[in-house]
Design a protein around this ligand. Structure first.
Ligand code: DAT
Ligand code: MG
Length: 143
């Protein structure tokens, strides 16, 4: 195992439900350290670019509409095996399939509005972090 960084979004549904603090608490309790964080309201172009891998799928337009429907929190998380660790605490894409106690099981009900995003690999994590953060916005712990 190694220390990794991953990229996370608290999606518009969870922000609207005032769940930012509850979800940040899940990250920290799981040993994931927040190295960067900001609230943004994504433009259509930003959301389309972020989800480019899904362009052409039947849910793409709805996904972009949802992700631009309200503000989101974007963050960089760091920790042991962070990519997988974050995916584990998120739960399955469809909240109906998500394991008990995961973020999606507890805070989402629809596959189309599933509370959080998390990178699926170290390569996508690096790309996604660079998509939303400059190097000087990411603050490694010094103590
Ligand atoms: P994940 O977010 O778990 O990585 P994904 O990359 O397959 O899942 O899909 C990205 C997002 O697209 C997902 O969080 C919600 C939406 N999505 C995926 N499959 C969907 C579907 N069948 N219907 C509606 N939205 C879907
Ligand atoms: Mg994905």
């Amino acid at each position: 195992m190694a220390i990794q960084r991953t990229f996370s979004i608290i999606k518009p549904d969870a922000v609207a439900k005032n769940l930012i603090g509850a979800i940040y608490s899940r990250f920290e309790s799981a040993g994931l350290t927040i190295l960067a964080s900001k609230m943004i309201h994504m433009s259509q172009e930003q959301a389309e670019g972020f989800y480019a891998e899904h362009k052409g799928k039947p849910f793409f337009d709805g996904l972009v509409a949802f992700m631009t429907s309200g503000p989101v929190m974007v963050q960089v998380l760091e920790g042991e095996n962070a990519v997988l660790a974050n995916r584990e605490i998120m739960g399955s894409t469809n909240p109906a399939d998500a394991a008990r106690g995961t973020i999606r099981a507890d805070y989402a009900t629809e596959v189309s509005e599933n509370a959080v995003h998390g990178s699926d690999a170290t390569e996508s994590a690096a790309r996604e972090i660079a998509y939303f953060f400059t190097d000087d916005e990411v603050c490694p712990r010094t103590r």
